[in-house]
Structures are given as C-alpha cells and as structure tokens.
Design a protein around this ligand. Structure first.
Ligand code: DGJ
Length: 734
C-alpha cells in the first residue's frame, strides 16, 4: 500500500491529500477564503507556485471586507462558494435566516485530520474496514457574521484514485435557518481545456442510461432528476473528459453520487472559461429547516480520477462499489441463475402453472425461481392490492409456502417480488389507513400505473409494511427478494410535517426507505436482494449499499441491451447488473433474435431467464441447458473479473467487451455485430488487459494465441451471417 496522507503546509496554508494515485490541493487564501488548486494525478511535493493569480476584472467585485480590486470571488476557484458575496456563478448553498436574508460568506474556521472515515448516519456510503484504509480531512468554514458552520468532508482511500466528498451544515445560531440548497461537493477547475466534454447517462423507461457525450459550452448545464428517485431519465453519474479521451487514454474524472432520490449535477463554464461543478440533492422542491443546535449531513459523491481513459475509471468504480459499497454475504458470492415468471405469465398464473415452470427449470439446471408481481392481495392486474402483502389464495392454491416448498424440493432457491413503497386505492391498507398515501389532504393525488406512494418518511407507515414483510420472511423460506418501485414521486406532502418543513418530504421519504432496507437486510442477512424500479429507474450507488444487484432494464431486447449494459458499466460493476434471456420476438421491441444472441448478451451480466419454458421446443430447451452450464463455468470471471470495453455500440455497427480474471489467466471476449449487408467488411478487434507473456487457448476450438499478439494485432470477428450476431470466446492460459 502506498502512503495515504493529508498534509497541512502551515506556512503556505495548503492542504495536500495524496495517496500515490491522486492529489488534491486546497488553499486558505487571504481573509480565510478557501480556494481550489488542483485535483488529478498524484505528486509528492508542492512549492506553492500554483497559487491562483490575481487580476482586476471589470464587474467582478471585491472579497467582502477587502479592498484589493484584483481579489474577487467572482472568478476565484473555490471549495464552497457563498451566496451573496459577488460570486455570480451557481452557488453551492442557499441558506435563509429568520430575517429573510440568504446572504452568506463562508470563510476558513478550523480543520481536523482523522484516520479512517467518519460514518454518515442513515445514509448509504463508501465504508472502510480499518482505519488504515483511508484518511479524512474535515475543513470547517464559518459564516463571517453568523454562527453557521459548514464542514467540508474529504476522504482519500489507500491504493484507489478516489476521494469522497460530503458537506455538513451546523446551526449554532439561536434561531432556525432554512437550507434551500446544499451541494455535497463543489469543484472549480481552472483550466477547462483539460475537461472540455462531459459524459452523462440520460434515458427513459426501457431505454435507460444511454451514453451521451457533449462539449461543455459557456453557461450552465444541468443533469438532474426531479422524480423522487434516481430516475430512468438521468442517472446520478457524470464523467468529465477531454475531447480526445477514449477508453484507453486521456484524463477522466468520474463523479458518482451515492443517493437514490432527486439529484442535480450542475456544470458552469464561466466568463474566463473556468468550470464549476456542483453535485448534490436537487434544490427542486427541497428545503430543510435546521433548528438551533441541529446539523444536516448531505449524501456523498465518489470522485475517481483516471489518467488512462474511461476503462481505468470504470475499473476503479467496479472494485470500489463491489468491495466497499455493497455489503452482506452476497456481495462477493456467485449469484444464482434465476428464472423469473414476469414475462412468462405476467399476472396470469396459478400454483399449477408455476410448478410447471419450476419443473422445466429444474430439468435445465436453473438455480432459482422468482415469483414476480401478482402473488398477493387480489392482484389480477396492476390496479389493486399494493400494500397488502399476504398471499392471493385463489391464485396460489398451495399458498406461498406451498410454492416455496415445492421450489426447494426441486432443488432450486425461491425468490419473491415486493413493491414495499406503494399503495393501491383498492387495498385493505388503504381502507384502514387512507392517510398513509402521500398527498396533500383534500387535494386529489396523481395516480401512475393506478398506484400511489406511501409516505415512507413516517415511521408508522414503514412499520405497517415492515411487519407484513417480516411475517412472510418468518413463515416462508425466501432466498431472494426483488424490491420494485413502479412510479415517480408526485404530491410530495407529508401530513406529519409543519408548513415550513414540507420541503423535507422527498428526502425524508428516501431516508425512510433506506432505514427500512437497513433493518430488513440486517435481520435477514441470508436473503439476496435485487433492486428494481420499472427496470433501471433506481440503478445507483446508494441502493447498492443495501442490495448488491439491480434489474438493469425492463428492456430485455438483446440488441438494445448491448447499449444499456455497455454504458451502465461506465459507473457500475457487472456483479450489480442483472440480465435475462426473454422470448423472441421480444416483448418490448418486437425484434426477433436467436437464443444464442440473447444468451450471449445476458451472460455478460448476472444471468437469468424470463420466458415461458413450456412454450419452447426440445432443441431450445437443450440449448438453454447448455447455456446454463456455460454460464456456470464463466460466472466468477463475468461477475468478478475486470471488465474492459473495446468497441462501443454507440459508435458503429459492432460491439466488443471482455472480462479478464485478476491473475490474467482467463479471459472472455464478447463480440457483437448489429446489422449485416451482402458485402460485409471483416471486422477486427484488439484485445486488452491480457498478460503479453502468456499463451492463451480458446477453450472450445483449442486454437492458441499469444497475449502479446491479441493485444497488438488483434483478431477478426467471425464471418457473421445475418443481423444481430454475437460470439463469446473463452480464453485460458496454457
Ligand atoms: C417492473 C419490473 O421491472 C418488472 O420486471 C416486473 O417486476 C414488473 N414491474 C411487475 O409489476
């Protein structure tokens, strides 16, 4: 391990966070204004030559209390900008006092350096297993006039090019204050030429996380969610890159927000082409009342720096998220191959139908059966029963326990679907507790999929759901839970909050969800949890702290999945991405693809099936049995190997990625081509991540290759015939 240090150079008043991978420099300027000097590749010694230069610029006023004309907050790169002291760029905070004023000017007050990392109570986070793994700088700023303190918390991790950041506001005034905006991190980059483009992951339901790369122009650009969840529409991750950064070279800064609610990533290119980046809880519909003596802790952001392109950035996220965000016994265990009945039956099933699917699955070697939506209340469609978590006896003649016992007798594990945050008007829960539904009393709330949110910020509401779920866990043998959430938030109003606290509703809702997840995952540690929000609407690092895998998308079309899985891998590990083979023609797109193509694409994630096995021919069943066996052989490599993107489906007609084991003795290459033509060119690909000294053998064809040649001159794609063709090549060192 290289030395991880936070040094305070007293004379120059410079903090240097350094771990041999990255350096971060902060300076306390004249009058205690805290400036940002540097974030990037690590270096050892700093001579203070990079102090920010001064210049008198028209209409950029002075630092309050200082008449030096060349010293202005309007252009100074800072760590935490204040609102109302002539910094006209987007502010990191807006805090309103009783007087109605929101003018603040935060200056250096104090600092402390700690071993390890302080826990962020009630929030998902990167954790450490020992104090040697990290060092933390808590830099405290104070408003010039008021007893309002802001702690900027920086943790640097040993042997990872990673810094996490969060902010804590403490109110030591005699009155309450209202936080109307608070960023988890601010980073002002002096030379925007280094990072002139931004990558983000916008999308839609069944079209999540579509890689978007654009130039950063003057003005403000925001990537955000206002839907109460991470959202399908904009994932909580961006990367700053240089125009020529690619998968293997060039600088990249990844910014991954550990939060599952309304988020906001703001980038401003200012009047002299500098960049300000702010990340935090979205200020849309947000405010937080902080009484005298109280504090507010923001969620954190994981910053990763790479000097060798996007693959290196992703690799660091993959390791960190697997090793120090995901928790529980399943985080590094091989995940079972499952069959889910959703696309096979939708709501239309009985115990008998389920047993037939289970019989077929057992014959084919599938390892787990998951009973999806429709097993509870009187749910025959999506209009009813959410909130009533007890078995639907008319459908399940043997009861839930009967189904679970049957599945276990057949040698499979048993999983169950829940949507704990929801209530249907047509439910017993609503009959008994109409006020549990989140809405402003007297104002009719907006339905979506005929369902409404429970106010998860209320303890008694959470308990009503928790008691029912625990009863099932205590009486039925459950190995896996799929935690779904099928609408966006609206009517964000909580009847237990005062008028001035209503802006807290969405954040309190999420804190309630996190608390419920914490309780259940702690008390039922054997259960494997899978997150879901209509597919990947809540695919984020916050949820990963409680659950190690998520349903990547409701779109199971193999061709579209190549794009979704490719870009999801920018920020999230393969072990978190579930991928299923479904029927052809595909239910979302109507496209027909071969079972092989569907299998190859799904095998690049946490593998499973989602189709009616009874409808398949004997040949197809045989192929599935072979796929199951193949996946069992490559599973550790896929789920825990290093993932490398080689060819982007966003840039052409071909796709390629690969997995390499930590010891480089094994690798798996995935190749795909979308459309064909009569005179197709011969596509080529260069591999990466292999050991150039090793000789590899294709496990199937026994053909031999040198690691060196595969990475230098590459290989040809197979001469594919037809659209939507894929191939997997499994290499092993000989
Ligand atoms: C949305 C999920 O993404 C699907 O897989 C399925 O569980 C449905 N909800 C059930 O309502």
């Amino acid at each position: 391990m290289s030395k991880t240090n936070v040094i305070f150079h007293q004379e120059e008043k410079v903090f240097h966070l350094n771990n041999g991978k990255v350096s971060y420099l902060i300076q306390i300027e004249e009058d205690g204004v805290v400036s940002h000097l540097y974030f990037g590749k690590s270096f050892e010694s700093y001579s203070n030559h990079k102090k920010y230069p001064r210049r008198d610029r028209g209409f950029s006023g002075n630092v309050p209390g200082n008449s030096e004309r060349a010293y202005s907050k309007d252009t100074l790169p800072q760590e935490f900008s204040s609102h109302g002291s002539m910094d006209y760029r987007i502010p990191s905070s807006i805090i309103r006092r009783e007087s109605g004023s929101n003018l603040h000017d935060f200056r250096y007050f104090d600092y402390r350096i700690e071993d390890g990392k302080p826990e962020l109570k009630g929030l998902p986070q990167v954790y450490t297993e020992s104090d040697e793994e990290a060092k933390t700088l808590v830099l405290t700023l104070k408003d010039r006039d008021q007893e309002i303190y802001v702690d900027l918390i920086y943790t640097i991790y040993s042997d990872r090019p990673t810094i996490t950041r969060s902010t804590k506001v403490r109110n030591l005034t005699a009155n309450s204050i209202s936080i109307e905006k608070i960023a988890s991190m601010q980073m002002d980059l002096t030379n925007s030429g280094i990072y002139d483009e931004v990558i983000s992951l916008p999308g839609a339901h069944v079209q999540e996380r579509q890689l978007q790369r654009e130039k950063i122009n003057a003005g403000i650009k925001t990537f955000e969610s206002r839907r109460g969840t991470t959202s399908h529409q904009m994932n909580s991750f961006i990367a700053l890159v240089k125009h020529d950064t690619n998968e293997f070279s060039g600088p990249a800064i990844g910014l991954n927000f550990v939060y599952s609610g309304n988020h906001s990533f703001e980038i401003e290119k200012d009047q002299i082409d500098q960049l300000r980046v702010l990340i935090g809880i979205n200020d849309y519909n947000f405010s937080w009342q902080l009484n005298s003596g109280e504090s507010f802790q923001t969620p954190e952001v994981i910053m990763v720096y790479s000097d060798s392109g996007l693959n290196q950035m992703s690799n660091n996220y993959h390791h960190l998220l697997r090793e120090r965000v995901a928790r529980g016994i399943h985080k590094d265990r091989q995940r079972p191959i499952l069959i889910n009945n959703w696309e096979a039956t939708y709501f239309d099933f009985t115990s008998e139908k389920i047993k037939k699917i289970v019989d077929e699955a057992a014959n084919l070697g599938i390892e787990m059966f998951v009973l999806d939506d429709g097993w509870f209340g009187h749910r025959d469609n999506d209009n009813s029963s959410l909130g009533d978590w007890s078995e639907y006896k008319e459908k399940l003649s043997d009861g839930l326990k009967g189904v679970s016992d049957y599945v276990h007798q057949k040698g499979l594990k048993f999983g169950l679907w829940f949507e704990p945050e929801m209530i249907s008007i047509d439910s017993k829960l609503y009959e008994q507790h109409p006020d549990y539904l989140m809405q402003e009393p007297g104002r009719s709330p907006s339905a979506s999929r005929d369902q409404h949110l429970l106010d998860m910020g209320r303890k008694e509401v959470r308990e009503a759901v928790e008691t029912q779920i625990r009863k099932i866990f205590d009486t039925v043998n459950i190995d896996y839970v799929k935690w779904d959430m099928n609408r966006s938030m609206s009517d964000a109003y909580s009847i237990i909050l005062n008028a001035q606290n209503q802006g807290e509703t969405a954040h309190r809702y999420l804190l309630g969800v996190y608390e419920l997840l914490e309780n259940l995952t702690r008390d039922y540690p054997e259960i494997l949890w899978e997150g879901c929000s209509g597919g990947g609407g809540r695919f984020d690092t916050g949820f990963l702290y409680y659950i190690p895998q998520s349903w990547t998308s409701d779109n199971t079309d193999a061709v579209e999945r190549m794009n979704i899985q490719y870009s999801t891998s920018l920020a999230y590990p393969i072990s978190s991405m579930t991928a299923h083979v479904s029927a052809s023609p595909n239910h979302q797109t109507g496209r027909s693809t071969s079972l092989k193509t569907r299998g190859d694409v799904a095998m690049s994630g946490v593998f499973g099936y989602e189709l009616d096995l009874e409808q398949l021919s004997a040949a197809e069943k045989e192929e599935i049995a072979e796929q199951v066996q193949s996946y069992q052989k490559i599973r550790p490599l896929v789920q825990y190997g290093d993932f490398i993107r080689l060819k982007s489906p966003y840039e052409g007609n071909t796709v390629a990625w690969m997995f390499v084991s930590q010891d480089q003795k094994e690798a798996l290459l995935f190749l795909g081509r979308i459309l064909t033509n009569a005179q197709a060119v011969f596509n080529e690909v260069k591999l990466a991540g292999l050991n150039k000294e090793f000789v590899y053998e294709d496990v199937e064809t026994k053909e031999k290759y040198y690691g060196d040649e595969l990475m230098t001159i590459g290989m040809y794609y197979p001469d594919f015939y037809g659209d939507y063709q894929t191939q997997m090549i499994h290499l092993r060192k000989i």
